[in-house]
Every structure is written in C-alpha cells, then in structure tokens.
Design a binder for this molecule. Structure first.
Ligand code: SGN
Ligand code: CA
Length: 500
C-alpha cells in the first residue's frame, strides 16, 4: 500500500499520466491478476481509510472518523485474526492510527513516526525509536524483504503489510529519481482553473496548487535566481534532517529549474502551470520508488518459489488530485479522491488480465482476506468478500451504490463534512455544517463534476430516487452521524437551533 496514490498515476489504469510516467511493476500485478476499474474509499483520508481496511467497517463503526484520533488497537482486525490462525504477520512503514501498532496483534513491525519522513526517517519498533539513514521507500522495502527472507521461505503461511509513505506530501523523490520527469510536459487538467461556480464547498477549500501549496516546502522553489534560499517552508525538518550530500544532490538537481523560473517573467497563469509541472515531477518521482519496491517484492516471491501460493494486493489509502479542480490533496467525494487503486494477483485463482467493473470499496478488504484464507466470515464486517467478483461472477445482489462520509472539519485544507452516494452514472452529495448544500452530478455528461445540477428541474426525478438510496444506505450501514437525509437543515436554521 502507498499513501495518496491517485489511480490516474498508474499506467495499468490506461491514463494519460500513466503513459508519461509508467508503473511497470504495479502493472505486473494487474497483468497477472485483476484490476478493479471501480474501486472506491469510504472516507478519503489516511487514518479512517486504514481503520476501515483493518476492520471491514465504515468510519462511524470503527470510530476513527478523522486523523489525529486514537484508534483502538484492541478492536478486531483481519491481521490479528490471520495471526491467530497460524499466519506469521508483519507490518513495515506507515501506520498513522496511533503512535505504534502495539496491541493490534501484529507479530513483527517497524513503523514510520506518524506521517513519516522521506529522508533518514525515524523508525519505531517494539524496542524504541531510531533514525535510519536512507530513503523511506527503500528502507521500508529493505525491512520487508529482510522479513520475508527470514519468515516466508517455508511452508508456513504469512501476511505482510508494506505501507509506503510515498507519494504523500511533501513529495520528495529519491536522489536517483530526481531528474526522471524534469522536462516532461504533463497535460494540464482541463479544469485546472476551475471557478467552482455552484459548488460553495469546493470554492471554500484550501488545497489549491497555485494558491495553497507551500512554495518552499512542497514545490522547493527558491527566492531568486542564483539563490538556494527556499520560499515558504514552515516545517524545516524534512530538509534539515538530510545529510549534506543528500541536500546537495537534491537541491542541485532542482536549481536549474528554479533559476529559470526566477529569471522568467511569468504571468500568474504561467506560474500556476509551472507549479503544476513541478508538482508532477516531484509526485511522480516518488511513485517511481514505490513501483520499484513492488518490483522487488514480486521478484522475491518469484525467485523464492512463493509467488504461486501468495496473494499480492496493491492499493492506496485513498486517491489524490493531480491538478483537477486546481487541487492537490483528497477528502472530497469527487472522483479523483473517491477512487483508489486496487490490483490483485493470485496465480491459479484469479485469471490473468481480469478486469472487474462492479463497484468495490476498501470496506471489502477484511472480508476478502478472511475468505481467501479460508476463515469464517464475521458479523461485524460491513463489506463483502471480493472472491466471486474476481471470479467474474458477482453475486446477483452485489451493491449498486457506494456510500461515502467525510468528517474532518474544521481541519487541514478546510473541506466541509459531507456524505453521499454514487450509483452508476449519478452522484449525490450533501455538505453539512457551516455550508449546507446538496450537489448532484451526471458523470456521463459531466465526468469532471463541474456542473452541480441539484436545482435543475430536468433531473428532479433521479435526485429524489438518489436521496432515497442515500437514506437506505445510511440505515443499512447504521450511520446516524450528520443530519438525516430528510432533515432540511440550512446553515442559518442550524445556527438558530444550536443557539436554542
Ligand atoms: C498532512 C499534510 C496535509 C494532509 C494531511 C493528511 N500536510 O497534514 O496536506 O492532508 O497530512 O494526509 S503536510 O504538509 O504536513 O504534509 S493523510 O494522508 O495522512 O490523511
Ligand atoms: Ca493518505
């Protein structure tokens, strides 16, 4: 698993970016097995997603609705269950549900501290914390291969979770990948200069590339030609912890681009596009190391003889914006962050080249792993096993609708709380709190979600039907957080009611 990896940045998904920045090793999994064309999260944020994958429950059930909360490591999770059934279990990389996975029932672990650092990260193990010199994605892979060497070579079953920090902010590639995409022109999304008409919550966000990205910390822009001084860089630790050699190599590679940018007399629009290109160079540079990591693990499985009897899954904790609507980050129920990559191989069980079209969600993983391991299903799980789905015979009553609920507001990037339903080509969303607003999209005619048609008389029939579906999903999944679907609460009325 990676952190914040957009589907659009994986070549197996057939995207324009994928053509310019291919991911051959992630694609190997898709070629050996299945690619899920409609794979979604339930709450597009790190902690809640991870808790959902572990427990098979929506955020309101496992209780971890927003980052920064403390996940109860004692609750049921599929990794512990596999451990109790004779599997050796391990976790390397980002946990982010708590300080450490202590108590979650995982045999061996070494995790990054919180979000983790790209260079020379702090690593926490059961015996304490230390700084490990090197690049995070390589370190996580080294630990993982080492563990596999020592634990996975025999006939005993194992489960390993390899959780990269990349490509999460602040997007720092390994030295060897710094030049990889410099000079590549990435296609600027058609809605990069979105004005958010009719979408007040989209207008109120703080995750715009050309307005909110930190010019020093995120984009590594210098103050003037010839200078190495960074522009706005509120958290210096990411760069300060690098060795002099790493820093020289890193900033040396970016200096020509920075100098040219400072020397040029760019309009605001040209600068916004320059920032987009720099963002892509850096983000996709970090993806390159993740892809190499996947390749190393697949190679290990193949050469050790374990590949034929091992299920390999690649996913992310959510999707990400690569300039669509002008954004980075995630959180919104719009497509780019609602979608998450999912590919899976299991030789002899999943036919090579399988494409799964039905909607699946990360709430399905726990049920799937129990089922694949031959363990009994569990009542507390709200998702469903993907076994028949990957076999190409989804059960007749497979879900048609997916349910989504985002909570973290006030919070980083100022995305209002909202819930919603996606059903085929239609999407209905409701923001609640200080912005109270419904949105409705027909993705067939408006795939970029630019035209909120909630008040369009022509679609009132389907809006009504979608509201009923949303209401049914909230009942089915037992979500009573936020206003009920029938509650006509407006921002003003709510303020009044709170005052009473
Ligand atoms: C950090 C990032 C945010 C990001 C959150 C959540 N800022 O706070 O941009 O939205 O993590 O990300 S940073 O400059 O400190 O990196 S998540 O993947 O953990 O949910
Ligand atoms: Ca994330």
């Amino acid at each position: 698993m990676s952190d914040d990896h957009a589907q659009t940045a994986i070549s197996a998904y057939g995207t324009e970016i994928g053509k310019l920045a291919p991911t051959p090793n992630i694609d190997r999994i898709a070629a050996n097995g299945a690619l899920f064309e409609n794979s979604y999260v339930t709450n597009s944020l790190c902690g809640p997603s991870r808790a959902t994958m572990l427990t098979g429950q929506f955020s309101h059930m496992h209780g971890f609705t927003q980052n920064g909360q403390k996940f109860d490591n004692g609750q049921w999770n599929w990794v512990r269950e596999l451990g109790q059934s004779g599997y050796k279990t391990a976790l390397f990389g980002k946990w982010h549900l708590n300080y450490s996975p202590e108590g979650a029932g995982i045999d061996d672990w070494a995790v990054l501290d919180d979000q983790g650092k790209y260079y020379n990260p702090d690593i926490i193990t059961p015996t304490g914390r230390s700084v490990v010199e090197g690049y995070a994605s390589d370190i996580v892979t080294d630990y993982s291969i080492d563990w596999l060497e020592n634990n996975a070579g025999s006939d005993e079953p194992f489960a390993i979770l390899i959780h990269h920090k990349a490509p999460h902010r602040n997007f720092m590639p390994a030295i060897r990948h710094l030049q990889k995409y410099i000079g590549t022109e990435f296609p600027v999304p058609t809605n990069y200069f979105d004005h958010y008409d009719g979408r007040p919550a989209a207008a109120a966000q703080e995750m715009n590339i050309y307005r909110d990205m930190y010019e020093g910390h995120d984009l590594k822009m210098t103050t003037e030609e010839g200078s190495t001084e960074l522009r706005f860089n509120p958290w210096t630790d990411d760069f300060d912890r690098m060795t002099q050699e790493q820093r020289d190599a890193y900033f040396g590679a970016l200096q020509p681009g920075n100098d040219a940018m400072n020397a040029a007399d760019m309009s605001e629009r040209e600068m916004a596009i320059w920032k987009y290109q720099r963002y892509m160079d850096e983000y996709l540079g970090t993806v390159a190391a993740v892809d190499e990591s996947v390749g190393r693990v697949l190679d290990w499985l193949e050469t050790s003889g374990q590949a034929d009897n091992t299920i390999v899954v690649y996913t992310s904790d959510q999707g990400f914006y690569l300039g669509e609507h002008g954004w980075f980050d995630k959180r919104f129920m719009y497509e780019e962050s609602l979608r998450t990559p999912l590919v899976m191989q299991w030789p002899g069980h999943i036919a090579p080249g399988t494409r799964v079209g039905v909607p699946v969600q990360n709430v399905d993983y726990a049920a799937t792993f129990l089922d694949f391991a031959g363990l009994a299903p569990r009542d507390s799980i709200q998702g469903r096993s993907l076994r028949e789905v990957v076999d190409g015979h989804p059960p007749a009553d497979w879900r048609k609708d997916i349910y989504y609920h985002y909570y973290e507001y006030p919070g980083f990037h100022s995305v209002r709380a909202h819930y919603g339903v996606k059903s085929g080509q239609y999407k209905l969303m409701r923001y609640y709190g200080d912005i109270n607003q419904w949105e409705f999209y027909d993705l067939e005619t408006d795939p970029n979600e630019m035209k909120n048609r909630i008040d369009d008389p022509a679609v009132q029939g389907i809006v009504k039907e979608m509201k009923a579906r949303l209401d049914a999903l909230r009942t089915q999944y037992r979500d009573s957080d936020g206003p009920s679907v029938g509650d006509p609460l407006t921002a003003v009325a709510k303020g009044k009611r709170d005052a009473e």
